[in-house]
Design a protein around this ligand. Structure first.
Ligand SMILES: CC(C)(COP(=O)(O)OP(=O)(O)OC[C@H]1O[C@@H](n2cnc3c(N)ncnc32)[C@H](O)[C@@H]1OP(=O)(O)O)[C@@H](O)C(=O)NCCC(=O)NCCS
Length: 145
């Protein structure tokens, strides 16, 4: 945990953020940001992009993901603020999320619950299988109604 709380703002990502975001996502093995499809929020501290998260809008399904905070800025509730704002954007929309297992209690605080892999939208089913193949760390399928 960082001893000094940092001041940061959240805003919608713009085209000029795209290279920085996609460089981060490439290192994490996340899909690149597609502004036409994703609503992406960035956390900015002193003009520096320190965190992000997105709503990925597929045809027939929404997935919350792409959560990232720079290591120097972790433990200061930046991810919490990003998640809170993404959930506000969601309103009552059904939304899936496939976090690493250690983050399940965090997502539960925002109404996500672990769910069965039966009767999923095809794109989410594919995502679950993809994550299982790509990440060494276990992921858990969750949904928010
Ligand atoms: C996960 C990540 C976004 C958290 O960012 P952060 O700004 O440090 O998180 P916050 O300070 O807002 O903490 C939010 C909550 O998550 C929990 N959390 C954060 N990292 C955790 C970890 N490694 N294990 C368990 N819980 C964790 C915190 O305890 C906190 O919950 P609490 O307030 O109930 O204690 C950041 O560590 C990161 O970018 N990791 C690498 C990318 C990644 O794993 N993304 C998530 C993919 S599912």
């Amino acid at each position: 945990m960082n001893p000094v709380a940092v001041s940061f703002n959240l805003r919608e990502a713009t085209e000029s953020d795209r290279p920085a975001i996609n460089a981060i996502y490439a290192t994490l093995g996340f899909m690149p940001w597609d502004p036409g499809q994703d609503q992406l929020l960035v956390a900015v501290a002193a003009d520096r992009l320190v965190g992000c998260g997105r709503l990925h809008r597929y045809e027939g399904a929404v997935e919350l993901g792409g959560m990232y905070v720079h290591p120097d800025f972790r433990g200061q509730a930046i991810a919490r603020k990003i998640l809170e704002s993404l959930v506000d954007l969601l309103g009552a929309e059904v939304c899936y999320c496939i976090p690493f297992d250690h983050l399940v209690p965090f997502y539960e605080q925002f109404g996500f619950v672990a769910c069965s892999e039966e009767s999923l939208p095809a794109v989410i089913e594919e995502k679950v299988a993809f994550f299982r193949d790509v990440y060494l760390h276990p992921t858990i399928l969750m949904v928010r109604h």
